[in-house]
Design a protein around this ligand. Structure first.
Ligand SMILES: Nc1ncnc2c1ncn2[C@@H]1O[C@H](COP(=O)(O)OP(=O)(O)O)[C@@H](O)[C@H]1O
Ligand SMILES: [Mg+2]
Length: 1173
């Protein structure tokens, strides 16, 4: 039945949902199940129990209550056990569902999941049969992302195909905390590339693969977080030739952890090679190196001396067996026996050096104890040095005496001599590590110009004590996070803009200010530290004070006193500083910063190394010896600035490549399989920037391809008729022929964009049977585009489209017609210009020339008439009279014209003045709005940063097994109070009233002031609640049906306008008037028929509300019963009072209300008022 303006009965029931996805979840209410934060699991399901102005009260399944802010609560998926490969395919894209999806997958051994093109890898801590074997390697070859289950092989293959197609090198950034699985994934990907796209020369392929275990032997160690923790970062480039086959590789390394060489925590170990040598070296080698068991060495026995494979268990590690593997790897990269022995000599010498005991001697200077003498002899022998010289170089320092030309040797105190000994050990080992990397690089050709680079570098770190190493790692992660934001968010948003796609942008914390705080010349932390080194007496405390003075006003820099962690609060500004990183605040203890920044050797030690009788040692120190200062001072070469330079080179490299990201996650601290620690995983996902990606992808299009690329790909299959089409039209024709669902993609200016997860099926189809494709294209050109066998298409996951256009001609006709939902209204601008604007310009041209010609003809006729009349006096008089008359008229006309012109001019000036005034007002308004928006954004970012700081502190606290509540780390939002006074002057905190109490009071009380306060509290809660609901709509949904919107869009828009004009904080005047309104609305965007929205305002708020839909039952709502569905705005805010013709007489409202069955509803009585306490 047609809906008429008076609201005749519509046909369909309102309860029917427009699309299958939309169910009751959209209409969440009290008692609905949601995700609520949980300190242990991240999120837990709970039922909504009350809705506050700023928060929601929930009840968990164990009966415990919880109060959370709107931003902390998320809708759940319908089926919590259903999992998806790509989180973008979730119905409600939110972090809680992502966490649940990941968990369900993880416990079922599906530990890889996508978020669009980003791979999230949760460490399984167990070997899953066949997961990385040869058959799997083969299976992923050439497959698009998404066609097979998520896997690091799919990322590797995508990089390979992108490198080929775009002729651009690629990088894969593998990040995550220590133990998250970065190195394992890196190795799997290298293996994959070499196996599938290898050179075919087995020695080259083996060298590339074997380089990793070799690096691990020297650069990995057991830590509390990972038995095989890489204590350095690496960027491995696998190079390819013109035929896209592997033809070389290059390894770059960063930030080897030096402090570990001389000391370790109780439960950690030194680098693997030390233990492997002790456990696995043949007796003759051990004899030559004078090696004993690990317990015998000071540099090992401060930590855990147990061996893997005997006392320590790890399926991947075995010290004895791994020695053989290390040696084999050394052989593979071409190290002969003597070279290998030279390397082992340095390793053993480091151990012996650690046993060189030093004490303060009787003459005040440092001395090597008798117990230490065999150790120093052994070290000197292995290094090819003279033992006496070595002792002297360790225990004395050459200094310049003022006024004397030569340097004088001065005895050091024991503490400084030990420091010099340790510095030598660290320098030896670090140089050896550089040397091994260099050998690897030399043994493998550099190869062709295109490469796939895999970056495996420590993720963001925070410990109880954070030092220079964590500072460098976190600095690096700030840069990588910026790169990630740029690649995944900023560039993406810009692309949507230039391609004309309308999508919602996302906010993310821009960390440029933090990067500047660290690396800015002169004032940045790195340069301040370098300056400190140059002072005659560099001090960590002075460095910290300078930092504090330079940056105390910087929001990213904090004094330790401001930390929420009690332990840090006790530190002074000369002992520590806090940096508020993107992932949270970290407190750095400055103790050792100056030292670690130099790690230099005394000049005499350096000379000793450079002149030693040891083939490798001499090479290792040659360059440093050349740079020596000759003043006996520490070398002024800073580790911080070297790292800054290397990092910037790396960033340049990354910027020049296409990129993919793997975010590795550590599921638990115990390194155990099947244990999923939700809270810690959530925090890691936040640090990895995943929520922002999710938000962007919810609205965006993660896959895209150029029209011209598509065209190029299928041109060869195309019949002549089709190949004449331009690429964009061809794409449209192709998609229509395939019957693609228009919700799955949209057309940009130069590319077609796909919704999350939709590209893979298309790509697979396109890479499918060429014969079939040719057939299909033929049909398209002949006009019958309906694919024969829908089965073929459903096999690929595409729906057949019965309303598909039947011919190219039809498509051509509709080419530039806006077509609404699929976004195809975004037209190629140049085409739009020529097809629709040009004709208008030419018709304007025609019009003006026609007028000109007519004017010309008129004037010609006039003069000829005049000529005809000429002759004779009569004619002369007549002519003079005519002239006079004419002259008079002309003068009159010109005066009139002049006056008119003057008036016009006056008006114009007035208008201009008014216009300028309006423009000024407008500009002012725009500036105000922009300022408010910027302030809002800054506020949100501040709050987010605070949340992250709190989260990190609480995680740290939890890891230390302390009660987070002790340090005041509650993440619950602070409730805004709404205190109201009743007639008797009693005060009530309305924020503590539950929903039913408020409703009952409104319905039963006569205390006008209290009712007003209750309503305002009610309205505030509703506003906050509906805002939350809007934010949490199911993905892929339109802006919502009328059933969810409590007022029509146009009323809402009007309301927004009214709010912006009156200001949201405008005082609400007490208004007891009953007013009635009626406005049309468009129930379905673009639909032809209008509906009517009726509202009865009792004072400032809606009491009754009615929606008349063209094809549904009317919706009648009343206050106190349907509050959650109703318009929550105050009358002022709706802007209805200013709308012409909107206000109606009460009887009109009441008549309609009754006709629609309103009486039945009004008969309902509120429950009796409950007593307040
Ligand atoms: N994909 C995987 N399959 C099986 N075990 C894994 C996997 N990834 C990591 N692991 C286990 O976790 C440990 C730590 O992984 P690793 O890659 O060294 O972490 P990271 O490099 O991030 O510090 C490995 O030694 C291994 O035991
Ligand atoms: Mg690692």
């Amino acid at each position: 039945m047609e809906h008429d303006k008076d609201g005749a009965k519509p046909e369909q029931s309102f309860q029917q949902n427009a699309d299958g996805k939309q169910g009751n979840r959209e209409r969440m209410n009290l008692d609905d199940v949601v995700w609520a934060p949980c300190p242990k699991d991240g999120y837990k399901t709970a039922k909504i129990k009350d809705i506050g102005a700023t928060d929601i009260t929930v009840k968990f399944s164990d009966g415990s209550p919880g109060v959370f802010g709107y931003d902390d609560i998320y809708p759940t998926e319908k089926d919590l056990k259903r999992t998806v490969d790509d989180n973008c395919a979730l119905m409600y894209l939110n972090v809680a569902n992502l966490l649940n999806n990941s968990k369900e997958r993880y416990i079922n051994d599906k530990f890889y999941t996508y978020v669009a093109n980003i791979l999230v890898a949760i460490n399984p801590y167990k070997n899953i049969k066949g997961f990385y074997d040869a058959a799997t390697i083969k299976a992923y070859k050439g497959k698009s992302l998404g066609t097979l289950p998520p896997h690091c092989f799919a990322i590797a293959d995508k990089s390979y195909r992108d490198m080929k197609v775009f002729n651009q090198s690629q990088s894969v950034i593998v990040s995550g905390e220590s133990g998250a699985g970065k190195t394992e994934n890196t190795k799997f990907m290298i293996n994959y590339l070499v196996h599938n796209y290898g050179s075919g020369q087995s020695s080259l392929d083996a060298k590339i693969i074997e380089a990793n275990p070799l690096l691990e032997a020297f650069g990995n160690a057991k830590t509390v977080r990972n038995n095989n923790s890489s204590r350095f970062g690496k960027f491995i480039e696998v190079h390819f030739n013109e035929k896209h086959a592997v033809d070389g590789a290059q390894f770059s390394h960063y930030l080897l952890e030096r402090s570990r060489i001389v000391s370790q925590n109780k439960n950690e170990r030194n680098y693997h090679i030390f233990y492997r040598l002790c456990a696995g070296a043949p007796a003759d080698v051990k004899g030559a190196l004078k090696l004993q068991a690990p317990e015998a060495y000071h540099y090992l026995n401060q930590g855990d001396t147990r061996l893997f494979g005997s006392q320590l268990k790890d399926p991947m590690l075995n010290d004895k067996g791994d020695f053989v593997r290390t040696e084999n790897a050394m052989k593979k990269i071409g190290m002969a026996k003597d070279k290998r022995m030279d390397v082992f000599k340095i390793v053993a010498a480091v151990l012996h050096l650690g046993n060189v005991e030093i004490i303060d001697g009787s003459n005040g200077g440092a001395e090597v104890t008798p117990k230490g003498i065999p150790a120093i002899n052994a070290a000197a022998e292995l290094l090819g040095m003279d033992a006496t010289q070595l002792i002297e170089s360790i225990t004395t320092r050459a200094t310049k005496i003022p006024g004397e030309a030569t340097l004088v040797k001065k005895a050091l105190i024991a503490r400084n001599a030990i420091h010099a000994r340790d510095a030598l050990a660290k320098a030896l080992y670090a140089k050896l590590f550089d040397y091994v990397c260099e050998l690897i690089n030399k043994s493998i050709p550099a190869g062709g110009s295109s490469f796939i680079g895999i970056l495996d570098i420590a993720g963001f770190e925070y410990f109880e004590n954070n030092s220079f190493e964590q500072f460098c790692i976190n600095y690096c992660n700030e840069k990588l996070q910026q790169f990630f934001n740029k690649r995944t968010l900023k560039d993406e948003m810009e692309l949507y803009k230039t391609e004309g796609l309308k999508t919602k942008g996302v906010e993310y914390i821009d960390n440029q200010d933090m990067i500047e705080l660290i690396e800015k010349p002169r004032v940045g932390i790195i340069d301040v530290l370098d300056e400190e080194m140059k002072l005659p007496k560099p001090l960590d405390s002075h460095f910290a004070e300078t930092l504090y003075n330079n940056h105390r006003k910087n929001g990213r820099f904090l004094s330790p006193r401001k930390s929420p962690v009690t332990k840090y609060k006790a530190l002074t500004d000369s002992e520590a500083f806090i940096l508020r990183h993107f992932a949270g605040a970290v407190c750095y203890n400055v103790n050792g910063f100056v030292d670690k920044n130099t790690d230099g050797l005394h000049d005499s030690l350096l000379q000793l190394c450079a002149t030693a009788k040891h083939s490798i040692l001499v090479k290792m120190f040659a360059a440093d010896a050349k740079r020596k200062t000759g003043r006996g001072k520490l070398q002024l070469k800073s580790n911080g600035s070297t790292f800054r330079t290397n990092l910037n080179i790396l960033m340049e490299k990354l910027n020049s490549t296409g990129s993919s990201f793997i975010r590795c996650i550590k599921p638990n601290e115990k390194m155990a399989p099947q244990e999923f620690n939700g809270a810690s995983i959530m925090s890691q996902l936040h640090s990895a920037g995943i929520p922002a990606v999710l938000e962007l992808m919810q609205a965006g299009y993660p896959s895209r391809t150029h029209f011209s690329d598509l065209y190029g790909m299928y041109k060869k299959h195309m019949p002549a008729k089709l190949s004449k089409l331009d690429p964009k039209l061809f794409t449209r024709a192709l998609f229509q022929a395939l019957g693609l669902n228009t919700n799955d993609f949209t057309y940009g200016v130069s590319k077609v964009f796909f919704k999350p997860g939709k590209f893979a099926a298309f790509d697979q189809m396109m890479n499918g049977d060429p014969e079939h494709l040719r057939e299909m294209l033929k049909k398209l050109s002949s006009g019958s585009s309906k694919p024969d066998g829908d089965t073929t298409f459903t096999a690929y996951g595409w729906r057949s489209n019965s309303k598909r256009k039947s011919s190219i001609e039809e498509l051509q006709q509709q080419q530039f017609r806006p077509t609404g939902e699929d976004g195809s209204s975004v037209v190629d601008k140049s085409s739009f210009w020529s097809s629709s604007v040009d004709p208008r310009i030419s018709s304007l041209d025609q019009m003006s020339s026609f007028k000109r010609r007519r004017r010309f003809r008129k004037s010609k006729n006039g003069s000829e008439n005049w000529k005809k009349n000429a002759g004779g006096k009569k004619k002369k008089n007549a002519s003079e009279n005519w002239k006079k008359k004419n002259e008079k008229e002309r003068r009159k006309k010109s005066e009139k014209c002049g006056q008119k012109w003057k008036n016009n001019e006056k008006l114009r000036k007035q208008g201009k003045r008014r216009g300028t005034k309006m423009q000024k007002i407008q500009a002012q308004m725009e500036a105000d709005m922009a300022r408010t928006a910027a302030e809002e954004t800054a506020k949100r970012q501040r709050e987010e940063q605070e949340r992250r700081d709190r989260e990190l502190a609480s995680r740290l606290q939890m890891e230390q097994d302390e009660d987070a509540s002790q340090i005041g780390l509650s993440t619950a939002p602070t409730r805004q109070k709404n205190i109201a006074k009743n007639e008797k002057g009693q005060r009530y905190d309305l924020t503590k009233w539950n929903y039913a109490q408020l409703r009952d009071f409104i319905n039963t009380s006569s205390d006008v002031e209290m009712i007003k306060s209750c309503r305002e509290e009610f309205a505030r809660r509703l506003q906050a609640y509906h805002k939350w609901k809007d934010q949490n709509k199911a993905s892929g949904q339109s802006t919502g049906t009328q059933s969810e919107a409590r007022m029509p869009d146009n009323v809402r828009a009007m309301a927004e306008q009214a709010v912006s004009q009156t200001g949201s904080s405008a005082p609400v005047t007490v208004n007891k008037k009953q007013r009635y309104f009626k406005v049309p609305f468009n129930p379905r965007q673009g639909g032809a028929k209008l509906g009517w929205w009726y509202a009865h305002f009792d004072g400032n708020y809606v009491k009754r509300q009615m929606e008349l839909h063209p094809n549904k039952e009317p919706i009648l709502l009343i206050r106190g019963r349907h509050d959650l569905e109703m318009c929550e705005l105050s009358l002022e805010k709706t802007g209805l009072t200013g709308r012409k013709g909107a206000e109606i007489f009460p009887h009109i409202f009441d008549e309609m209300w009754e006709r629609c069955g309103g009486k039945l509803i009004t008969d309902w009585k509120p429950p009796p008022r409950r007593k307040q306490n």
